[in-house]
Each structure stands twice: as structure tokens, then as C-alpha cells.
Design a protein around this ligand. Structure first.
Ligand code: ADP
Length: 163
């Protein structure tokens, strides 16, 4: 049986409990999960690429007892990266209607670029629906409690960034 390879791409600046939930659920859909950390210079991330990779690495070990997991930085066209990874599906999380428009377009364009690759959407768990990296950073910058939104390790890193 060929291995089912899924790619979950994102900026993960920083990784939140919402991202972690999608990773967990995606790990049940495939034999190998590649978590692609976008270099994304345009977005001017708060955390360096190395830090963003480390934050993801920190949480994926439990999945490794069941499937192969690789955390891999990438730059450039997503569909090229998908092909390089040998993945047959792109996993994305869908929160509110606001995610839909962008994700719908991306999935459609990627399908035109390579129709063999399927984009799979996982609905955000209601308890993580409203979590967004952008807002987590804003709350941390203003000295608020981010513990309901991120892992303790990410919380510590945010504290260090803003002190
Ligand atoms: P990108 O730059 O690709 O939007 P993000 O790190 O913001 O990177 O998000 C990566 C993926 O995770 C996207 O599909 C996004 O919709 C999804 N995602 C982000 N936050 C959540 C959340 N709280 N619950 C479920 N999915 C989420």
C-alpha cells in the first residue's frame, strides 16, 4: 500500500492550540505528516524561522509513535513544496467565514496547478475557533494572559519576546 502523505503548511508565528489540534487530527488521516513552516519574509514574523520550527518540534513527538512526522521549512510556491514532499493532500484549518474566501481561492488555484493534489479542510474545534496567532501576539505584547491559547512553552517564549 502506498503511504498517504499529508502536508500541513502555515506560518506558525507562533504555534497555537488551534494549530496543534489540526496537527493531531491530520495525523490520523495519513501515514506521514509534513508540517511546512513558511519562511514568509513578507509577513515579517515575530519569531525567527528556527524558533517557529522549534515550537512545532516541541509538540509533535507524541504523534511519532503512530506516523512519520517531519517539520520542514519552505519558501516559494506551495504546490512545488507539496510535490517535493510527495504529498497527495494539503491540510488546512477553517475557522470562521473570514478564512473561507481566501482558502477557497487558494484551494481552487492549487487544484488548477496540480489536480492530483487534494486540499482537505478540517473545521476548527469550537474551543479553538477564535484563536489567531495575530491576536495572541497582540495580547502578549499588551501583557495579557495567553495561556488559554498556546502551550506553556510558547507562552514562555512570548514572555521573553515582550520583556
Ligand atoms: P498561514 O500564513 O498559512 O495563514 P497560519 O499559521 O496562520 O498560517 O495558519 C496555518 C493554518 O492553520 C491555516 O489553514 C489556518 O486557517 C489554520 N489555523 C490557524 N489558527 C487556527 C485555529 N485556531 N483553529 C484551526 N485552524 C487554525
Amino acid at each position: 500500500m502506498p503511504k498517504r502523505v499529508a502536508l500541513y503548511p502555515g506560518t506558525f508565528d507562533p504555534m497555537t492550540l488551534g494549530h496543534l489540534d489540526i496537527m493531531k487530527r491530520a495525523s490520523r488521516l495519513c501515514d506521514r505528516l509534513v508540517i511546512g513552516v513558511a519562511i514568509n519574509r513578507d509577513k515579517g514574523p515575530l519569531f525567527t524561522l528556527e524558533e517557529r520550527v522549534e515550537m512545532v518540534e516541541h509538540v509533535v513527538n507524541p504523534f511519532r509513535s503512530r506516523i512519520d512526522v517531519e517539520v520542514r521549512p519552505f519558501e516559494g510556491l506551495l504546490i512545488h513544496f507539496v510535490e517535493q514532499c510527495g504529498a497527495s493532500m494539503i491540510v488546512r484549518g477553517l475557522r470562521a467565514v473570514s478564512d473561507f474566501e481566501y482558502e477557497f481561492q487558494m484551494a481552487g488555484m492549487n487544484d488548477r496547478l496540480n489536480p492530483d493534489i487534494e486540499t482537505v479542510f478540517l473545521m476548527a474545534d469550537p474551543q479553538y475557533q477564535t484563536i489567531a496567532s495575530r491576536l495572541v501576539k497582540e495580547i502578549a505584547r499588551l501583557g495579557g494572559d495567553v495561556s488559554p491559547f498556546v502551550t506553556p512553552e510558547v507562552e514562555q517564549r512570548l514572555k521573553e519576546k515582550f520583556t
